[in-house]
Design a protein around this ligand. Structure first.
Ligand code: ZN
Length: 202
């Protein structure tokens, strides 16, 4: 028994080793932000989002709010459906110090033939990590929040985040992109977490 606990603790440490320890304020802000993020089971996550037609102040406010929410949630990408808006808008930032990039009506024009498997998480599926195979590089055509055309050539993590977020605009989640075994294990973990939370609440 003692061994099980110790192993569990070690596993936890390994998983968090890459990130610096978080102070209580950061954690509180993250938890508050996460309450605004739609989770698995919300029908909007399975809905195809509509293209944006008006590049107005409302859109720019939406983009700004998404950037702040992503920052507080400690995410590197966020799609509008995750905050309840069925619009084709994504924001991302793969380097902590770089500005947030907003892509409106993004369209992937080219995928590299090379693909790579890497572990992905999702703010809409807290605690779940699954392997997803994706093209290593993409060429994306989009508008910014002012309506100007932008073309982005991305590879590595940036290409992966863009593809993950555009999937959200088409109602596709990482569970739809992983192996059957990993999907089953993830669904089981989510059910157990839900039951544990229900147990605590009652
Ligand atoms: Zn996601």
């Amino acid at each position: 028994m003692a061994d099980d606990v110790e192993q569990a603790e070690q596993a936890e440490e390994t998983e968090h080793a890459a990130s610096p320890p978080l102070d209580p304020d950061v954690l509180a802000r993250r938890d508050a932000a996460m309450r605004h993020v739609r989770k698995l089971g919300d029908p909007i996550l399975k809905t195809k989002a509509r293209p944006v037609e008006r590049f107005d102040d409302e859109l720019r406010d939406e983009v700004a709010r998404m950037g702040i929410l992503m920052h507080h949630a400690l995410g590197i990408g966020l799609a509008a459906p995750q905050v309840g808006i069925a619009h084709r808008v994504i924001v991302y930032r793969v380097e902590p110090d770089s500005p947030v990039v907003a892509l409106v009506n993004p369209d992937i024009e080219w995928f590299s033939r090379d693909e790579e498997v890497s572990e992905e998480g999702c703010l809409s599926l807290p605690m779940i990590h699954v392997d997803v195979e994706r093209p290593v590089a993409v060429l994306v055509n989009a508008r910014d929040e002012h309506g100007a055309e932008i073309i982005i050539e991305a590879s590595g993590l940036e290409a992966r985040v863009i593809q993950h977020e555009i999937d959200h605009l088409d109602g596709i989640l990482i569970l739809d992109r992983t192996s059957r075994e990993q999907r089953k294990a993830a669904m089981r973990a989510l059910r157990e977490a839900e039951q544990a939370a229900a147990g605590v609440a009652s």
